[in-house]
Design a protein around this ligand. Structure first.
Ligand code: AQP
Length: 346
């Protein structure tokens, strides 16, 4: 979507913001689409990684599970390699400036913009009237998450690309309406990478997701070696053998997804993977090798998560310290925003 406003270049510091919902066990899509990018970026710019609990409650969350899952996501960030000495890790709800800015942005965003959001349509299906208002306005809160820190870069999976476009539209309209050119940056989505869109193991046309009712559809960071081997063995494929080139994956969503996962985890291209397995059936050595690779990559993350979760008080200290640092950045930005809007005392 575009607006009629011409952006003026933003000259503030480069900053990264991203988050994951504590709405269930983290899966391979979250790991490849988000977490490994978080780790890579922490040495390049200031990074803020939140556990987006305010987003999680747009769909029902058991309060006891929510607290536990918030610690689990923080542990997963650290187990994947995010270092709290380099990056700021915090729970979204501990920084009230997110919701304060979100309200202002609700008055900037247009209904027509939200009506176009495909994730809301996918999540609600034919019964949107049964869902929370929060699920509908979720992308506006996401814009506030990003712009409350004037973040310039947002590492996310492909599914979030449209929400990032909305964030840019909100920033541009705010800057225009309040005559503050380049007050908010037009944040850039960092989507590229081989794991940007990991699909369900049961259906290559839908993304791997925490909320898929079938546990067989996803590999989670807490799956043990047996569970991984069994899920990959049962992963849907087609009766054709593996093709010799990428063209041969066209129209074969499940085969393409498994080859893509293999490529993303091994650091090879799909063509290199196909050169090794062309002409073989999936069960022959491709699936066993893929299962072994998954165990090799995920077992250390899972073991480190377990180690960190054994000391929840230490995770809480990290989250509290992170929230304090995050607030120190967000508070003056929200104060400036309120001045621009004209809130008392001006
Ligand atoms: N299948 C995926 N492939 C690549 N990246 C993905 N991400 C999610 N699924 C995939 C990326 O993971 C980050 C965190 O996502 P989230 O938990 O905040 O929300 P989500 O995108 O809605 O993820 P889920 O797993 O599908 O959760 P539910 O089922 O609760 O909605 C984001 O960067 C996302 O792009």
């Amino acid at each position: 979507m575009t607006t009629e406003h011409t952006p003026v270049p933003y000259t503030g510091p480069q900053r990264v913001l991203s988050g994951v919902q504590p709405s269930g066990d983290l899966h391979l899509g979250n790991y490849l689409g988000a977490l490994i990018k978080f780790v890579a970026l922490q040495d390049q710019m200031e990074c803020l990684y939140c556990v987006v609990d305010l987003h999680a409650i747009t769909q029902w969350q058991d309060p006891k599970q929510l607290t536990r899952q918030t610690r689990e996501i923080a542990a997963a960030y650290m187990a994947a390699g995010v270092d709290p000495k380099k990056a700021i890790i915090f729970p979204q709800s501990a920084v009230p400036e997110h919701t304060e800015l979100a309200w202002i942005f609700q008055c900037v965003a247009r209904l027509g913009w939200l009506d176009r959001m495909t994730q809301f349509k996918e999540k609600t299906g034919k019964h949107k009237e049964r869902h929370s208002v929060g699920l509908y306005t979720y992308p506006v809160l996401q814009a506030a998450d990003i712009l409350v820190y004037k973040a310039t870069h947002v590492p996310v999976g492909e599914d979030q690309r449209q929400h990032l476009e909305l964030t840019r539209d909100i920033a541009a309209k705010f800057n225009h309406d309040f005559e503050a050119p380049a007050f908010f940056p037009l944040a850039q989505a960092l989507v590229e990478g081989p794991g940007a869109r990991i699909m369900s193991l049961r259906d290559g046309s839908v993304k791997m997701s925490k909320s898929d009712p079938s546990d067989q559809s996803r590999i989670t960071l807490t799956d043990d070696a047996d569970a991984i081997a069994s899920k990959i063995r049962k992963a849907r494929t087609d009766p054709e053998p593996l093709p010799s080139d990428e063209d041969g994956l066209k129209g074969r969503a499940e085969a393409d997804n498994l080859v893509g996962i293999f490529a993303a985890l091994s650091g090879q291209t799909k063509a290199q993977i196909l050169a090794t397995y062309a002409g073989q059936g999936f069960g022959q050595s491709f699936k066993p090798d893929l299962a072994n690779l998954l165990v090799e990559k995920l077992a250390p993350v899972s073991a480190e998560m377990r180690r960190l979760l054994a000391d929840p008080a230490e995770i809480d200290r990290t989250l509290a310290a992170g929230a304090e640092k995050a607030r120190a950045i967000a508070a003056p930005i929200v104060a400036d925003t309120k001045k621009l809007v004209g809130f008392w005392p001006g």
